[in-house]
Design a binder for this molecule. Structure first.
Ligand SMILES: [Zn+2]
Length: 418
């Protein structure tokens, strides 16, 4: 029985969310906001106090720490737990005032600082599972920051558990807290060599029991159209306007399928995100998404053909089709290391939960880490309504996530032969 101290976990979480760590997509510095380090410093000090080793808080805002192995087995893989300290730029993270609703009674919760912000079971059916439990909300003016301070608090509480329960056997465990995940730069300055882990888990997911081991594969594509230019006063039968051809290419895209606004679940899409140009030359930029690399190739071929059909109608014009790789479905890496997700499923079950495997229609730090050599699925913490003033989380879910981490440490030790 893994007995996570829920009071300590609650206190820890409520303290971390009060620290303003919002990241900034328009900043070129690293971290994008200096204030993210305010939390990094607190975490460093607390890990030190708990007695962790190989501690470092670096200039970029990353915090690294180790829990040494306490097992006689020599070849247990080093596993790593990761979460991000920053909160989303979409919603204020200044003066967060977390409210603990003990023994939640199922009624609507009107947030005190803005009465128009009401958390209702009708809109958030997952609340139903938490009647009688303790939940935490913000106060109405800000997000809560459970994304991802729940991950931070859960990893810290699990570290405390390992340090105070030496009879629980595990291999070497690495911890890393990252800045700037919400602005897509969470792994930009991570030092994989210093991290020195074989496999990892991000704690950055929703409902209790959920595990995300699959993400989109992502490419960009530019269609560059070269028109034929002439003086507009003497252009009859000569000029071909590249901007007009670009508009025609966009018009030729299907209306009822193959776009973000018409697809869901495992369907891929192409999505124009920018158009720039002059009469002589125009560029349409797309993002292309699918769950497989082969699927991406099919989308590219189809998009290129549509554009070529339009452009070929105009004499003297040419087009280029340029594709860029952005990130890949982590499943391609995880399938080569099936024990990583399998042990996570087993840990979730040992914590008494039903595993829900989910795929993300997007990318995560875990998908980047997976391709940087650290196969890394994402595990739940319980966070709900993220990036909004109605964000909330259940203390029970966070405790289950901490329990899952402890089981993972034990499972990796058990499954390794002497
Ligand atoms: Zn997150």
């Amino acid at each position: 029985m893994i007995d996570i101290n829920k009071d300590a976990l609650t206190e820890r979480f409520m303290r971390y969310v009060r620290v303003d760590t919002q990241s900034d997509p328009n900043s070129n510095s690293f971290p994008t906001t200096e204030k993210q380090k305010d939390l990094s410093k607190i975490l460093f000090a607390e890990l030190k106090q708990m007695g962790l080793s190989e501690l470092e808080a670096d200039e970029f805002g990353y915090v690294y720490a180790s829990i040494p192995s306490n097992s006689d087995k020599k070849n247990i893989p080093v596993i790593c737990f990761c979460s991000h300290v920053d909160t989303a730029p979409d919603c204020s993270g200044t003066h967060v005032k977390p409210i603990l609703h003990k023994n939640y009674d199922g009624a609507d919760i009107v947030l005190p600082d803005d009465a128009t912000q009401v958390l209702r079971k009708a809109d958030s059916p997952y609340l139903e599972n938490h009647i009688g439990a303790d939940i935490i909300t913000a106060s109405g003016n800000t997000l809560l920051g459970a994304d991802d301070k729940s991950g931070v608090a859960v990893i810290m509480q699990a570290a405390q558990y390992f340090m105070s329960n030496p009879s629980v056997k595990h291999g070497k465990i690495r911890i890393v807290f990252t800045p700037d995940e919400e602005v897509g730069k969470g792994t930009a300055k991570i030092d994989m060599k210093k991290l020195g882990a074989d496999f990892g888990y991000t704690l950055d997911g929703g409902e209790a029991g959920s595990m995300e081991d699959e993400t989109f594969s992502a490419d960009g594509a530019n269609i560059i159209i070269h028109g034929v230019i002439a003086h507009p006063g003497y252009a009859k039968d000569k000029l071909v306007n590249a901007i007009k051809i670009a508009a025609e290419v966009l018009e030729a895209l299907p209306k009822n399928e193959w776009s973000p606004e018409t697809t869901e679940k495992r369907q891929g899409f192409v999505h124009p995100v920018a158009i720039t140009g002059i009469a002589e030359k125009a560029t349409i930029s797309f993002i292309v998404r699918d769950f497989t690399t082969e699927g991406l190739a099919v989308h590219h071929a189809r998009l290129k053909k549509i554009a070529e059909q339009v452009v070929s109608k105009y004499k003297g014009t040419t087009m280029e089709y340029v594709q860029q790789e952005q990130y890949r479905n982590m499943k391609e890496v995880l399938d080569k290391n099936p024990q990583v997700a399998a042990y996570a499923s087993e840990a979730i079950e040992r914590a008494g939960l039903k595993v829900q495997n989910e795929s993300i229609r997007g990318g995560t730090d875990g998908s980047r880490l997976s391709y940087m050599g650290l196969p890394c699925p994402n595990i739940f913490t319980g966070m709900q309504n993220i990036h909004s003033k109605l964000e909330w989380i259940s203390v029970n879910d966070m405790a289950k996530a901490a329990e899952t981490i402890v089981h993972l440490g034990m499972i990796w030790e058990e499954k390794t032969s002497l």
